[in-house]
Every structure is written in C-alpha cells, then in structure tokens.
Design a protein around this ligand. Structure first.
Ligand code: GDP
Ligand code: MG
Length: 747
C-alpha cells in the first residue's frame, strides 16, 4: 500500500449487530466495493468519503466481541489493525449494551490504535431508559465519543469531523496499560523488559500486548514469536505455564479469567459516577439488575435455584396426573374393546400388544411432557435459564467443563425432559475441542424426555408417595454422574486447560402466553410424532421379535392337555363359567370347584404365555444376557426392554408393556403396567431403583450416537459413548442392587 493510501485508511470495528453495516453505508454511500481479505473468504468491504478536499478510505472489519485468536473474525480484525496500521479506528459501540461493547474497545486501545467511538443506537438506549453522558466518557477516555443513530444519520457529520481530526494528528499509537493485579502484573513487567531488550516482535505489537498474549497462550502470537526468537519464546512460554499452574492451585482460576475480570473492572470504574444514567422503573435492564441482585446472589442464588427447579417438578407432576389417568383409561378401554371385538390370532395380538399397548404407553405421558416443557419454556423465556448457566459456571469449571456446557446439559434434559440430540448440537458454542467433547459425551446422561416415561412408570409403581422427591433426586443424580464422569474424562483421555467464559445475560422479560404455547407445543409435537412413527414401527418390530418363533406344537399340546384335565374334573354346566377368564361374575358368586378350576386355567395361560415369550427370539437374547444382568437385578424381560431402548428410550416402557401384556392373563381386569410390576414378586423398590439408574446412564439412543459421531467427526466417539456409558451404568446398577441387598432392603 502506498504511503498516501495508508494515510487515509480508517477501520470500522464493533461487536456484531451494533449497526456497523448501517453506518458504513451511510458514510460511503455508493462509493464502496466488496472483496475478500487476502487468502481468506471473509468478506471485506471498502468505501471512500470526501469532505472539503479531505478523503478517507473506510474498511468494514468483521463484527467481533474480542481480539483474541479464538475465531477467524477475531484474527482478521486483529491482523488488519496490526498489519495495515490504519490512521484511525471508528469503534462502534451499542449504547444500550455499553459494558459489553467496551470490552472490545479496551482491546483496541491496548493495541494502541487511535480510536474514535461512535456511540450508536442512542435512540434505542433512550427508549430503554438508558442515557449516556458522552462528554464525560470522552473526557475520561481522552478521545472523541460521538452519539450517533446510524439509521437516521444523526451524529454522522460530527463523527467524521472527529475522525479527520484524529487522522491529522499523525500516526501515533499509544497503547493503553491496564493493571491485571498482583499475580499477573509482575510477570507482564518482566516480559516487557525482555521483549524490549530483544526487540522481540516490536515491529508488530506493543511489548505489553505480546506479553499478555503469551500469558493467554495465544497460538498465533506464539507461533510468530517462535519464528522470531525461539529461545526467548520458549522461556516466556515456560513462565506463562508456571503462572497458569500457580493461579490454578492458589486461586482456582487461570490467566484469561483474571484478564477478563480486570478488563470488566476497568470498564465499571470508567462508567462509575453518573456516566450511565438509568431512569427508574420503566427500565427493564435496571429492573433486571435489581432482580439479579437477589436471584444470582452468591449465597441466595443457588438456594433459590434449587427451590425454583423443585417447584417445576411439583408443578409438572401434581398437575399432570389427572390427564395422564384419562389417557391411560382411554387406552385401557380401547384394549378391552379390541379384546372382545377381534377374533383370536396373531392379528389380535399384534393390535393389542404391539400397537395399542406399545403406543398407548408412550402417548399416555404426553400430558406430563407437555407440563414439563411448559415449565421449561417459562424459565427460558423469562431469561432465568441463562442465570442458571451463569451460576453453575463456577461449579462446571471444577469438573473440567465450561459455562457453555450448562446449556447443552439443560437442553439434553438437565431439568428433566429435553433431548440429547439438540443438546449434543448445542455444544457447538464451545471453543475448546476438549471441553466440547467432554460435554457432548456426558450430556446424554441427563434425563431426556424419553427417559421420563420409564422413570414416571417405575416411580408410580414403587415410590407412589414420593413422586416429585424421586424425580428431583434423579435429576441431582444425573448431574452428579455427568459431572463426575466429565471430570474423569477430562483428567484422563481429554486432558487440557480450560477456556474463559463470557456469557451474556439477557434482561428479564415477562413471557407472552402465545410464545410459551408455541415453544411448548413444538417440543410436545416432536415427541408425539416420534411416538406415532418410529416408536410405532419399532414397537411392531419388537412385537414380532417377541411373538416369533412361537412355541412348538408339542409344548402347546402339553398346556392344552393340562387345561383339559382341569376342566374334566368339573361337571358339564360349570365348564363355560370356568373358561371365561374375562371380567365375568365375581369369584365369590361361583361354586368353589368352578372358581378353583378358573384359577388353575388362569395360571396355566400365564405359564404358557411366559414360556412362549421366553422361547421367542427376543426372549432368548434377554435370557442369555441374564447371566450378567442378574447381578443388577434385571430379569430377561427387563433385558428385552433395555435392548429395545437402544433404538429409542421411550421403547423401554412400551416393550415392557408388550412383554407383560403378552405374559399376563387377567386381560379383562386391565391392570396398568405400573400396577402389574408392583404386584410382581420379582420386582421391588430396589430392583426398580437399580433399573432407573441403569437407564439413566447406559448407552445413548441411536439418534444421539449418530449425532455424537457427526459432531465429533469420528466414529470412535460414538462407539466410546455406547461402551463407556453402558459399562458405567452396569457397574453402578450392580453396586446399588448388591449394596441394597447387603444392607437388607432387597429381596
Ligand atoms: P452490524 O451487524 O453491526 O453490521 O449491524 P447492522 O448495520 O446490520 O444493524 C443491525 C440492526 O440495527 C439493523 O436492524 C439496523 O437497522 C439497526 N440499527 C443500526 N443502527 C441503529 C441505530 O442507531 N438505532 C437503531 N434503533 N437501530 C439501529
Ligand atoms: Mg454487518
């Protein structure tokens, strides 16, 4: 670039959505063209502006929040400033989000570039009751701060005047020096001296800035440093690593966090004493701050969070039982109707055991899921969910995860009732690949919407008086398991440092009724669709696996013989009454021998059905797994259901339903699955709890595994999650079952 061109160069920089493009167009009008940055596909817009014989060339840099080396946008913006050395930088700042936007400003100032601030969107800020004293801010910063409204052109002339004035001052770059506290400052000072003495990268960056980048382990700067002076670079890297370790040990933090803390500290000091005025109750942001003082308070916050989450369970479980019962009764009636209307045979079995029971078991939980989603939508739309993430960040760090992991966990079912598929996708916001992998491998431990029906059924059967408490306990358990396993993964196969956390807290809002309904309905509808399509198909497949091969004729004949023998003992007129196994006359109204024969016939039918299921393909698989799974208290029927759960977790309930309805006799009495399990001698609260924990932790469903493979870019992580999760789940279930028996709560 010629000297003359450089003398007219002005860069436009700001956070995404601060109005950069609007301002660029307003200034350059028709005099602009679009290109690419050399070697990169990031768009580069350039334009020019003339006034009174003076001219400037304006370059629109990509919108970014920071000048670290985490993203391409950040690198492009930074490289441009360093290499092109523009005469002035117009830093656009969103006046309604000043603190956050000034974070970028500070970094430009630390590089030393001459800045003028366009305090944009002052109209929107005023509407929110925010007023900024630009003059005072300008005085404190020592350069021009011009209020603008890019959309209307307000302030544009003034901004351009200020820019020209800055350009006329000549190419002076004076880096801003911020103190980073007693731990970091001495190291920065030492580095600075060495850097100056060796003229290390001084043609590119201010010395203190280079030093800071070494502390932040900035890959790009370190690479350049190695090329420039390998020995010095190595020494600085070693000292930085030492400091990082020291900070971890003594303060449980890391250099980037300290740097961010001090920058925000600098900003809040800069704005203290009336630079920002917020007017009264009409201001949502002001109100939000007030609410946050309570809701994210260091001590009160976590307590309130627990209470709020607990209230969600109370709400969901207490209010949904009524419609859940309606639906269960409806499907039971449908089953009875099919029982009496259809001729006996495979078709009847298919419709009753495969379709009605299978899908009914899943649809029956729609109200519960709807209530859960409504509660979550409320927390999300009010802005509280983001606070939960904010508060849990400190905890997550301990386990080698990141604040942004929280969203992935919550979406996966952290507040019971999500889905690991979008949860795994939500890890895209994580910048460190190790933290990201650890998050997507542990997010499936959360209690997704598909596990809920299984838990709800087992809880209804074995812990009926403690529904909400049990669900709450299960939520805590899934978080504990996910965090512990994340810690294990992050300290073994995925070792590495953590990355800093910047999270925006949206202002609190009162959600609209319509918005809540839309969010709730979208998710519930997804669930229903899944139940109606995949689950119906797989339910039928599993019915077939459980119905075939059917018992050999010889064994059927044996059962028939015994039946005839029982009937032969009765006089002719009692036989038809004994054979009616449906809801016939009450036992007491029958003559004793008839009642006894009926009882005998019932147990025969039950035995035959169980024998048939065990003989079926699914039964054989389940039986052969029993050698292992009996350590955890699972019988072959449970095994069949767990295998089907690989396809989709909802299927566990429907497969159990199918397995038990095939093996049950008192069809006419319509014992719902929960009741049936509760009265089965092989089941008790210990088996149920061991099973719940196993289901919570074992292999993710196929959809999630596919997603893990896609997101991690490697098959091995999909396989890993299946093997690792199932192993952990099995070991824990065995520990619970055997431990429970040992202390005497088991069978
Ligand atoms: P960029 O992402 O920084 O390029 O932002 P844009 O120029 O695309 O602007 C984002 C949005 O903010 C657009 O809808 C603009 O119309 C709007 N906008 C830009 N400047 C102002 C302003 O000063 N006041 C208000 N109220 N809106 C603005
Ligand atoms: Mg833009």
């Amino acid at each position: 670039m010629t000297n003359d061109a450089q003398r007219r160069l002005v860069a436009l920089l700001g956070n995404p959505n601060c109005g950069k493009t609007t301002l660029f167009n307003a200034i350059t009008g028709a005099h602009q063209h679009v290109g690419n940055y050399p070697g990169i596909t990031v768009e580069k817009k350039e334009g020019s502006y003339r006034m009174d014989g003076r001219e400037l060339r304006l370059v629109d840099l990509p919108g970014t929040y920071s000048l670290t080396a985490y993203s391409l946008e950040e690198l492009v913006a930074r490289d441009f400033l360093v290499q092109e050395r523009p005469r002035a930088v117009i830093d656009i700042v969103d006046a309604s989000n000043l603190e956050r936007n000034l974070y970028l400003t500070l970094q430009i100032l630390e590089l030393g570039a001459p800045v003028v601030i366009a305090l944009n969107m002052v109209d929107a800020a005023a509407q929110r009751g925010i007023e900024i004293d630009a003059e005072e801010l300008s005085k404190r910063l020592g350069f021009a701060v011009v209020p603008t409204v890019a959309r209307t052109g307000r302030g544009r002339q003034e901004l351009l005047e200020a820019t020209f004035r800055l350009m006329e001052q000549g190419p002076v770059w004076t880096p801003l020096q911020i103190s980073y506290g007693p731990d970091v400052d001495p190291v920065l000072n030492d580095f600075e001296k060495e850097i100056l003495a060796a003229s290390f990268l001084t043609d590119l960056f201010p010395p203190r800035w280079t030093a800071l980048k070494y502390l932040e382990a900035d890959a790009q700067v370190i690479e350049r440093g190695r090329e420039a002076d390998q020995a010095l670079s190595d020494r600085m890297e070693a000292v930085s690593a030492q400091l990082s370790e020291h900070l971890q040990k003594t303060l449980d933090t890391y250099p980037e966090a300290i740097v961010a803390d001090h920058r925000y500290g600098f900003i809040s000091a800069l704005l203290k004493g009336g630079v920002v005025k917020r007017s009264g109750e009409t201001d949502r942001l002001f109100l939000s701050d007030q609410i946050d003082k309570v809701l994210t308070n260091r001590f009160l916050g976590p307590v309130l969070m627990m209470i709020i989450l607990y209230a969600v369970y109370q709400f969901t479980f207490n209010y949904s039982t009524i419609p859940v019962n309606w639906i269960a009764q409806g499907f039971a009636a449908l089953g009875s109707f099919a029982e009496s209307a259809l001729p006996p045979g495979p078709l009847k079995s298919l419709i009753i055991s495969g379709v009605i029971d299978g899908v009914g078991g899943v649809i029956g939980f729609v109200p519960l899921i709807l209530f859960m989603f409504l509660a979550i939508a409320f927390l999300e739309d009010t802005g509280y969910l983001a606070r939960v993430a904010y508060m849990l960040d400190r905890v997550f760090r301990i386990f080698g995860l990141h604040g942004s992991s929280v969203m992935a966990f919550i979406i996966s079912g952290g507040i019971a009732g999500g889905c690991a598929v979008p949860g795994v996708m939500a890890t895209r916001t994580l910048r460190s690949s190790r933290e990201r992998l650890a998050t997507l491998l542990t997010a499936p431990f959360m209690n997704c919407g598909a596990k809920l029906p299984v838990f709800a059924m087992l809880i209804a059967a074995f812990f009926p008086s403690k529904r909400a408490q049990m669900m709450f306990l299960l939520t805590l358990l899934s978080w504990a398991a996910a965090l512990l396993l994340a810690k294990i993964i992050r300290s073994t196969i995925l070792r590495g440092p953590s990355t800093p956390f910047l999270l925006e807290l949206p202002p609190y809002r009162l959600p609209t009724f319509k918005g809540l309904l839309i969010h709730t309905w979208e998710r519930t509808w997804q669930y229903i669709q899944k139940a109606g399509t995949i689950i119906l198909a797989i339910s039928i497949l599993f019915w077939a696996l459980m119905a075939y091969p059917s018992l050999p004729a010889a064994r059927k004949a044996l059962f028939e013989q015994e039946r005839q023998a029982a009937l032969a003992e009765l006089p002719e007129e009692g036989r038809s009454a004994a054979q009616d196994l449906g809801p016939g006359p009450a036992e007491s109204s029958l003559p004793a021998p008839v009642a006894a024969a009926r009882e005998k016939l019932r147990s025969l039918e039950h035995e035959e059905a169980v024998a048939a299921l065990k003989y079926s393909f699914a039964g054989r698989v389940g039986s052969s797994l029993e050698i292992l799974t009996r350590w955890a208290g699972f019988d072959w029927r449970t095994n069949v259901a767990l295998v089907s759960g690989f396809a989709a977790k909802e299927l566990i309930v429907s497969t159990l339903g199918t397995a038990y309805s095939m093996g049950r006799v008192k069809r006419g009495e319509d014992i719902p699955l929960a009741g049936q399990l509760a009265s089965d001698p092989a089941w008790n609260p210990l088996t149920a709890f061991s099973l719940i924990v196993f289901i919570m932790l074992y292999a993710p469903c196929f959809a999630t595994v596919t997603c893990i493979v896609k997101e991690s870019g490697a098959w091995k992580w999909g396989l890993f999650s299946m093997v690792f999760n199932t192993t952990v789940a099995f070991l824990l279930a065995v520990a619970i079952y055997q431990g429970g028996r040992w202390i005497g709560v088991g069978p």
